[in-house]
Design a protein around this ligand. Structure first.
Ligand code: 13P
Ligand code: SF4
Length: 422
C-alpha cells in the first residue's frame, strides 16, 4: 500500500481506539467493489441510497504505485495538459491530493473558481459529487468536469432525495395554498444547502427558491424572508437551525420534517406557525462533536478558542466561541496573534493542515479520534493519476454531466445565491 497518506501513516502508529475505523489504512479501492457504501470514516454507518454511484476498479498500476511514482506521474500529466486543466481541491481533501490543486477553498469559493477558469477545458474536482455537479452547471458548455472517484458522494446530500422533497412540497402546498400575502410574500420559500443533488437545486430554482452555503446562509435566509412567510430548509437541519436561531427565529417555530411521516411528523398548526421547516438531515462528520469535548478543551487549555462549523449540533455551536464555514475558520486562525490555541470542530484533514501551516499556534481537532469525511477521503492520488493520464491520451473518464433541463433550473437557484449580498 502507498504510504503517501500522512493521516494514514499516523493511523498505523496509534492505537485502534484513536481512530474511527482501522480499515482507513487500506486503499479506497478496497471498498470500490460490491454494494455501494461510504467506506470507512465518519459516514460509514449511514444508509447509502441505491442510486449512489459506484467507482469500480482502477488499473493495478495506479493502486500499486509508490507515493513518489504517483507524484511524478501527476506532475507530468499536469505539465502536459498545462492551461487546459484546472484542479480544484476542497479544504477537507487529503494533503497529498491538495498539493496538486490550483485552487483550494470552501464550497462557495470553489463554485466561483469554476466560473473564473474559462480557458480550462478540464475541471478536475477533488471534492465530492455535489460540488462537481455544481461546477458542471456553472462552467461553460465546452468545459468538462471530472470527479476522480465516482463514489466520492456526500452522506448528508443523500439524506434528501428528489421524490421525498417533492412529496413534502405537495403536502405543504395542500396546507398553505399558493396565494401570496398582500405584501407579496409567498407561503414558503425552499432553500437548499449546496450539499444536495443538482435535481434538488433545480427543484428550488423552479419554486422561487435559492441555494446557500455555510458561508452565506444568513444572507440567503434574509433573501428568502424578504420573499416568503417561511422557509423549507434542506438537507442539513443543523445549518438551518443554527443560522435561523442566530437571526432570532425561536426554536418552537422550527419544526423538523421527517420524510417518513405524514406532515413530516408535525400537526398542521405547528406547520402553520412555523418560520423554518428543517429537513431531517445531518453530517456525520460534524455530528461527532459534542459539548463534553469543549468542556475538556477549556479545562486542558485555559484560554483556548473553540471554533466550529455550523453543521455541528446547536448545543456545540452555542458552547463554542465562534462558528463559521471552513474559510471562516481558516481566516480566524490566520488573523490570530502568535501563540493562540484553537480547538476546531470540523473535518480532521483540514484541522491537521491548519496546524501544519500555522506552527506559531497550538491547533487541534475538538474530536480526539481521527475520523475523516469518508466520502472526501475516497479521492486518493491513484485516482487522480488515473484520470489525468487518461486526459493526456485524450480520454475523458468519470465526467460529471448534469442534464441540460436540470442544469437550467439549478443555475437559476445558484445565480440567485451568487447575486445575494449581505
Ligand atoms: P464549506 O461550504 O464550509 O466548504 O463546507 C462544505 C461541507 O461539505 C462541509 O461539510
Ligand atoms: Fe458531506 Fe459532511 Fe463530508 Fe461535508 S463533511 S462532504 S457534509 S459528509
Amino acid at each position: 500500500m502507498s504510504s503517501i497518506n500522512s493521516t494514514i501513516q499516523r493511523l498505523t502508529l496509534i492505537s485502534p481506539e484513536s481512530t474511527c475505523n482501522t480499515d482507513l489504512a487500506k486503499g479506497p479501492w478496497a471498498f470500490d467493489k460490491g454494494a455501494p457504501s461510504y467506506g470507512p470514516g465518519a459516514s460509514e454507518a449511514d444508509a447509502t441510497p441505491a442510486s449512489t454511484p459506484k467507482q469500480g476498479d482502477i488499473p493495478a498500476e495506479y493502486r500499486e504505485a509508490s507515493d513518489e511514482e504517483l507524484t511524478a506521474r501527476i506532475l507530468a500529466a499536469k505539465e502536459t495538459l498545462g492551461e487546459r486543466l484546472v484542479i480544484l481541491g476542497h479544504f477537507y481533501q487529503r494533503d497529498e491530493v491538495v498539493k496538486f490543486a490550483d485552487f483550494v477553498g470552501d464550497s462557495f469559493q470553489l463554485a466561483n473558481a469554476a466560473l473564473t477558469r474559462e480557458e480550462a477545458e478540464y475541471i478536475v474536482f477533488c471534492g465530492v459529487h455535489f460540488m462537481a455537479e455544481t461546477a458542471d452547471i456553472l462552467s461553460a458548455d465546452r468545459q468538462k468536469v471530472i470527479l476522480p472517484n465516482l463514489a466520492a458522494g456526500c452522506s448528508m446530500a443523500d439524506m434528501a432525495d428528489e421524490s421525498s422533497v417533492e412529496e413534502c412540497w405537495e403536502q405543504l402546498m395542500d396546507l398553505y395554498g399558493n396565494e401570496k400575502t398582500p405584501e407579496g410574500l409567498a407561503p414558503v420559500i425552499p432553500v437548499t444547502y449546496m450539499n444536495c443533488s443538482a435535481a434538488l437545486k433545480a427543484f428550488v430554482g423552479k419554486h422561487g427558491g435559492i441555494v446557500c452555503t455555510s458561508s452565506n446562509a444568513t444572507t440567503v435566509l434574509e433573501w428568502a424572508f424578504e420573499r416568503g412567510q417561511r422557509v423549507l430548509f434542506f438537507p442539513d437541519q443543523h445549518l438551518g437551525r443554527n443560522t435561523a436561531k442566530a437571526m432570532g427565529v425561536p426554536l418552537e417555530q422550527m419544526p423538523m420534517w421527517n420524510p417518513n411521516k405524514p406532515l413530516g411528523g408535525n400537526d398542521a398548526q405547528t406547520l402553520l406557525d412555523s418560520r423554518v421547516i428543517l429537513w431531517h438531515g445531518f453530517c456525520s462528520v460534524h455530528r461527532r462533536f459534542n459539548t463534553k469535548q469543549i468542556d475538556k478543551a477549556r479545562i486542558d487549555f485555559p484560554g483556548v478558542q473553540v471554533i466550529v462549523h455550523p453543521e455541528c449540533p446547536m448545543e456545540v455551536v452555542d458552547a463554542a466561541d465562534a462558528a463559521g464555514s471552513t474559510d471562516y475558520i481558516r481566516k480566524a486562525v490566520a488573523a490570530a496573534p502568535a501563540g493562540s490555541t484553537f480547538a476546531i470542530g470540523t473535518e480532521v484533514n483540514m484541522v491537521n493542515r491548519l496546524a501544519a501551516e500555522y506552527p506559531q499556534h497550538h491547533i487541534f481537532c475538538l474530536d480526539p479520534v481521527i475520523c475523516p469525511c469518508s466520502t472526501m477521503y475516497r479521492i486518493h492520488p491513484g485516482y487522480l493519476a488515473w484520470v489525468l493520464e487518461a486526459l493526456v491520451r485524450g480520454e475523458v473518464l468519470n465526467q460529471i454531466v448534469v442534464a441540460p433541463e436540470v442544469a437550467a433550473d439549478a443555475r437559476v437557484a445558484l445565480d440567485r445565491m451568487l447575486a445575494a449580498r449581505p
